[in-house]
Design a protein around this ligand. Structure first.
Ligand SMILES: [Zn+2]
Length: 286
C-alpha cells in the first residue's frame, strides 16, 4: 500500500514532506497538510490518524472485492464525547452521495452496524441501495436491526456471520410498537381509549401499511410474490417483538439471500471504533 498522508488521506508522492511531530518522524503529502496537522489539538490528530487508517483498510477491501466500500457504522468515535448512534438524516445524505458517486456498473459493499433509527432516513438509503444498477452487498458483522434490516433487505446479497442478527422492521410510534398500538382498538371499547392513543393507532396503521409496501417492493423481484407478501407481513405486522433477533439460519429460512463469511478487513475496520458505546438495539426507533 502506498503511504497515505495522515492529514488528507491522499497518496504521498516521492519523499513527501518530513516533520517531527510529538517525537515521531511523520510524512505528509504537502507543506499545507504538515502545517494543518501540526495546528491540530491532540484529539484532532487522533481523528486524522484514525480516519487515514480506515481509508487504508477500506481501500484494501475495495481492491480485494472489486467493489466500492461504504460504511454505516454506529459506534462512538474515539475522539468524541457523545455518540451519534442511530440512523439519521446526515447518514442518509452521506450514504446516498456515496452511492450516487459510484459508477452505475460498479458493485457496492455497504458495511452496516446499527440499532436502527429514523424511518425516513433508513427508507431513503434502502431505496438508493435497491436502485443501484450493479450488485450491492450488505455486510452485517454484528447486527443491523430495524431500519438497518430494511436497508439489508434492499441488497442483492447479505453477508453475515452465523450469529450476526437482523430484526423485524415494524415501525415504532413514539417509542411504542405500531402493531401493539393498533391492537388497542380490539382490546378496549373506543370510548375508554384516550384521544391521543386513538390518533396514535391511526398513525400506526398507516405506518405499518407503508412499510409493508416498501418491504414488498424490496423483495418482490427476489422471491415469489406470495412469499414476498408473507415475509413483508411477518416483518412489519408486530407478530414478534421489535428486538427479536433474526439470525443467519432464520434469515436463510425466510428466503433472504444470505451468505456466511465477513471479510477479515471488516474486522480490522471495527478495531478503529470504540466498543460498547451504542444504546442497546431494543431502543431502536424503527
Ligand atoms: Zn495531505
Amino acid at each position: 500500500m502506498a503511504d497515505k498522508c495522515i492529514y488528507c488521506g491522499m497518496d504521498i508522492e516521492d519523499e513527501g514532506i518530513l516533520r517531527q511531530v510529538d517525537g515521531n518522524q511523520m510524512r505528509f503529502c504537502s507543506q499545507h497538510c504538515a502545517v494543518m496537522f501540526e495546528g491540530l489539538e491532540k484529539k484532532g490528530r487522533m481523528r486524522a490518524a484514525i480516519l487515514t487508517e480506515r481509508a487504508g483498510i477500506l481501500s484494501m477491501l475495495e481492491k480485494e472485492r472489486g467493489a466500492r466500500a461504504i460504511t454505516l457504522i454506529h459506534r462512538r468515535e474515539p475522539w468524541e464525547e457523545k455518540d451519534e448512534s442511530y440512523i439519521n438524516i446526515e447518514d442518509s445524505e452521506h450514504v446516498l452521495m456515496m452511492i450516487r458517486q459510484t459508477p452505475k456498473d460498479e458493485d457496492v459493499d455497504l458495511i452496516l452496524h446499527t440499532p436502527g433509527g429514523l424511518a425516513l432516513a433508513a427508507e431513503m438509503i434502502a431505496m438508493a441501495v435497491k436502485n443501484h444498477p450493479a450488485k450491492v452487498t450488505v455486510m452485517v458483522p454484528f447486527y443491523a436491526m430495524s431500519g438497518g434490516t430494511l436497508i439489508a433487505l434492499a441488497a442483492d446479497e447479505i453477508i453475515m456471520e452465523k450469529d450476526s442478527v437482523l430484526g423485524p422492521v415494524d415501525p415504532q410510534i413514539s417509542e411504542l410498537p405500531a402493531g401493539a398500538l393498533l391492537s388497542l382498538l380490539d382490546k378496549k371499547p373506543v370510548e375508554s381509549i384516550s384521544d391521543e392513543n386513538i390518533m396514535r393507532s391511526d398513525i400506526a396503521g398507516k405506518n405499518i401499511e407503508r412499510v409493508k409496501k416498501m418491504v414488498l417492493w424490496l423483495l418482490k423481484d427476489r422471491m415469489e410474490r406470495r412469499n414476498a407478501e408473507k415475509l413483508a407481513d411477518f416483518l412489519t405486522g408486530g407478530y414478534i417483538t421489535h428486538d427479536t433477533p433474526i439470525t443467519f439460519d432464520v434469515a436463510k429460512e425466510l428466503g433472504l439471500n444470505v451468505r456466511e463469511g465477513i471479510p477479515k478487513q471488516v474486522y480490522s475496520l471495527f478495531r478503529t471504533f470504540e466498543f460498547g458505546a451504542c444504546p442497546r438495539p431494543q431502543y431502536a426507533k424503527y
